[in-house]
Each structure stands twice: as structure tokens, then as C-alpha cells.
Design a protein around this ligand. Sequence first.
Ligand code: FMN
Length: 214
Amino acid sequence: MPSELRHSILLNTGRLAGFAIAAAIILSLVYALTETRITNQMLAAQRQALNSIFPASEHDNDLISDSFIIDINSSEYSNLELLGLRENSHAYVARKNMQPSGLILPFVARDGYNGDIDLLLGVSIEGLVTGLRVTAHRETPGLGDLIDLRVSDWILSFNNRSLVNPELSGWTVRKNAGVFDQFTGATITPRAVTVATAKALEFFEENKSRLLSL
Ligand SMILES: Cc1cc2nc3c(=O)[nH]c(=O)nc-3n(C[C@H](O)[C@H](O)[C@H](O)COP(=O)(O)O)c2cc1C
């Protein structure tokens, strides 16, 4: 092969390799930057959601960095089954001036119309509900899905409730002599959420010192 041709092939191969390396570096930089941005956005959304369950005015710590895992096989809690959890789940401690002011507890209502309803309960150290939210469910659109704050504000009727307001017998829907509204044509879903929330509050009362390391 003439040396000019060989030189030109080598030059072009070198250029190609150079481009490929530069492209790979640029791509991985863009990926790293995008990934960090996505993670930050997810954290911000999570933080905002948690702050709506435990108002930012009632705590001055970062709930996400003050979280711990409730291990469903742990023997350190009493009556862990009250939470209905199927897998290890995060709980979040709220603090004001370093002192615990409450907790966000994960729990599951297992008897929804279409199965599990995953929830988060914000509860103050005094046992008052600061916020309740459904995080996952398969309830029927237009019937059971009114438990979702995006669909109706029913879930806000739990704010400021506690195990003495109403007393335990009132923690069900009106149809069963409770104080919480059922939905038109759908009693099963709101009853499941109401009863499970009372159980989560009971769990909190029974395990408060352990949960908040008091
Ligand atoms: C297709 C279909 C979907 C339904 N979805 C729900 C639901 O998501 N949540 C619910 O509470 N009830 C749902 N219902 C109604 C329940 O079957 C039940 O009639 C209603 O909850 C009243 O319950 P109660 O008899 O305990 O008062 C659904 C019914 C049908 C036929």
C-alpha cells in the first residue's frame, strides 16, 4: 500500500477514534448531570409531599434525612401487625429544636375493594393526625378513588383527629355509626382507610417512645 494512502487511513482512523471518545465523554457527562437533576427533583417532590403530611411549620428538620426503616420482622415493636405492612418501609421523624414533634408512619389498609391501599399518616407527639395521604391504591375510579386527594378532599377530614376524637367506636363510616363520610355507592374503601388509620394511631400510641427514641 502506498505510504500516502496508509497515512491517510491512519489519520482518519485516529480522527474517528477521537470523535468517538469525545462523544462518549460528553454523553456520560450529560447523563451524570441529568441523573443528579432527576434525583434532586425527586427528592424535592418527596420533601414537598412529606411536608404536606407533617406541616413544615411544625418541624424544622429535613424529614428525608431523619427517616428510618420499619423492619416488618422486627420484634422491637409491640403489635406491629397493626400497620399491615407487607414490606420494610420508611418512617420519618419530625423535630423542632432537635426535640421530636411527631412522626410520619407508613401503613397499609389490606381490605380495600381491590386490595391493598398504601398510606402515610402524620401524627404529632400528642397523637393528633397532622395529615393522611394515600400513596398507592387500585380502587375503582369514580367510586373508591375519592380517597385520593387529587380526586376529592375526603382524606382531609382526618386532620386533627385522634384516638379520643372520636373515641375508637367512631373510627368507621357513618353507615356503621362512625363519624367519617362514606362515598355514594362505595362504603368498603373509606371504611378500610378509616379503620386502618385508627390501627396506625393505636400502633403509634403503643410504640411512641421506641419510634421517637424518647
Ligand atoms: C365494578 C364495581 C366496582 C366497585 N368499586 C368499589 C370501590 O372501589 N370501593 C367501594 O367501596 N365500593 C366499590 N363498589 C361497591 C361495593 O361493591 C359495595 O356495594 C359498596 O362499597 C357498599 O358497601 P356496603 O355494602 O358495605 O355498604 C364497586 C362495585 C362494583 C360493581
